[in-house]
Design a protein around this ligand. Sequence first.
Ligand code: C5P
Length: 230
Amino acid sequence: MSKSDARCYVALDLPSVAEADAMVETLGDAVDSYKIGLQLLPIGGVELGQRLKARGKNVFYDFKFHDIGATVEKAARSVAGLKADLLTVHARPDVMRSAAKGRGERALKILGVTVLTSLDRQALIDIGYHETAESLVMRRVEQALEAGIDGVVSSPLEAAAIRAVVPDGFLVVTPGVRPKGADAGDQKRIATPSSALQSGASHLVIGRPITQAADPRAAALAIAKEMRGV
Ligand code: C5P
């Protein structure tokens, strides 16, 4: 039986591709799926993702596109032409529709980032949103369904409310996951891997609890074991 769990995307938030490559070597068969984000994408992260795909790993490019529709459509088409499994865009209706159009029939799945977990009530008011994060998340989930994208990124604490209104195959991807006893870091609204899955998350994004652990491989294996128990 596999020791890993492909539903766990490890966030390779590291300063260089060389360090990311070393982390991938350390993790070996304990991890099947990787998320490459804004820190590495401008400095070789896309090429790193293509090498990971060639090794049979799942790859999530966390670009969080947010631009006019025509540009998002062409950008999504560019990413869909690469080998990759997941791509994020901001959950604005026109952005999501354009990304779905750009992706076309290709295998890439598009995720809408509902509301960044770093935005609290005051931060939302400051940028002109006078509804709660929870109601904004649910509005954007409805819009994601209408736009025809494949899923959303949300806090694990919103996963149950989202799961209740989306079809079975719709992806609910949650960062902000911390095993019991792990340092929360700057994440505020957190859940354990098993409780995130029980709430309806289809995939988890976990970074520092694995990449900053004294023994990253052991940390990844422990999380996979917890996930397989759900
Ligand atoms: O290290 P940690 O487990 O907190 O990493 C979480 C990852 O998920 C980071 O790459 C972060 O950018 C991403 N993320 C997040 N909250 C969101 C969207 C993405 O933490 N709302």
